[in-house]
Ligand binder design. Sequence first.
Ligand code: AMP
Length: 127
Amino acid sequence: MLCLVILNGVREMSDCLFCRIITGEIPSQKVYEDDYVFAFRDIAPQAPVHILVVPKEHISSAAALRPENSDAAAKCFEAIAIIAENEGLRDGFRVITNSGEHGGQTVFHLHFHLMGGKGLGSMLVVG
Ligand code: AMP
């Protein structure tokens, strides 16, 4: 039973776009990396600065966060503060995570959209 769980986990990770970007198998415009977090520019930016901040641990979405893996999210937010500073976002920024079908999630590896570089207005609710 344990083997089956591990095998399923390996298959899920090897099929995952962001896991393959983290390993370098798929190229990206990396802006930040540490032991826990990888961050790169979104391929279809929705703001002058649009960066995806991703935990290296494969977690499918915010809905899969639990006490035993929530450190990964905290590490992402620590990285976001550093990246925002590096990107010159001193006037502010927005962080979004989409979760599941109604949240508009398209890549099922937890990630945070860091967006800024202009006034973004109030909350985004599209569709
Ligand atoms: P979401 O819809 O919240 O799951 O966000 C997925 C994001 O990944 C979208 O904003 C896409 O533009 C972005 N994306 C998809 N493929 C790539 C890629 N190869 N490199 C960088 N960003 C990507």
